[in-house]
Design a binder for this molecule. Sequence first.
Ligand code: ATP
Ligand code: MG
Length: 405
Amino acid sequence: MEILKEIIGDNGRVGIMGGTFDPIHYGHLAAAEHVRDELGLDTVLFIPSGTPAFKEKQKASAAPHRFAMTALAIGDNARFHISGIEMERKGKSYTVDTLREIASKLPPKTKLYFIIGADAFMHINKWKQRDELFKLTHFAVTSRPGTCARDAQVMAKHLKEESKARIKMLEIPGLDISSSDIRNRVAYGWSIRYLVPGPVAAYIKEHKLYLREIPVKDIKMELEKRLSKKRYAHALSVAEEAKRLAGIHGADADRAYLAGLLHDAAKGMDDADLLKTAELFKIPLDGYMLETPGLVHSHVGAGIAAVKYNVADADVLNAIKYHTTGRPAMSLLEKIVFTADFTEPSRSALEGVKAAREYAEYDIDAAVIEALDRKMRAAGDAAHPLSRDAREYMTYHLHPDTEDY
Ligand code: ATP
Ligand code: MG
């Protein structure tokens, strides 16, 4: 607020742009810019809400995310500023409290203009201490596609007469953009380019915001359709076993179940299909994979989990990706899924499962080593070098006092 004081001087005109900004988009930015220009405001202060008063049921993203995105979005406009005033306050946010606090910190002659879209303005009668609000600030009501301008005008006229509200109606270039639409687009994997500033889009991607979490029961229904009966039963069995092992060894049971469930998601595909999909996902293929396309299914499976089922957790994706070959420095979850795939109950006919199964109860590393050895012996020359590297890694890093060392 101190910086703001310096900028605006004693007779400042300050726009206040409040919102959930989940995420901020060009509709917000354009509205703020046009109001600033038309009313000759010195600055516009963007205030991301804390706990939104009217949006409690629908969970908003964490406040620091919304603040960071807003800061990124306004970064290149010297006349835009941001305040964390509502986010710092505990409990519900009411605009009247916010404006009172701001007014108390700025020179007494400062004029405040609360910028609001016609859609939100139509609900103004529900706002806390409405008449007090009208005393504290002017209102700059902007047109917004989807809301009838005439209705807003009638409302404004009424409020001016009834409550002496100071309201300016502004026709601005219509941008039919909303945060809810953007959230949906991200969830469905559609582009949001040119709807939000580039750095905001990058932030959303980096922090994996708005991704759709698909309920496990829906994933199961899908998989049941995709996989043969036997393969689906195996997937369920690996999921259960991975969850059980997670309980024993201190990993996250839900993530273990999910990785187990999805580990063979690409198993229904034939070799040509696998290779084609691998290309689509830009999975680098080596000679071993080209010769034994079966090795590719785990990588493609991870791609399917990410793209089709919106799995964003890197550990889960890696557990799927390396469940066939293993790799050096596997995480606990990777080890669990790798082991569960080998030891799950319906594998009983396989030679060597018994020992791995016993180890798995108390020493997951020993179980992984046992499974790796068995798998590599069975594969012979076709064994992938990653398995050898994984085995070597386990020897040196986990049992440095073995004879092999
Ligand atoms: P949601 O879809 O989640 O409701 P939103 O896009 O409406 O989000 P808010 O954060 O709720 O965004 O809106 C903050 C303020 O910005 C409100 O006053 C709203 O009317 C205004 N506003 C939002 N989008 C636009 C737009 N495209 N044009 C004009 N005003 C807008
Ligand atoms: Mg809204």
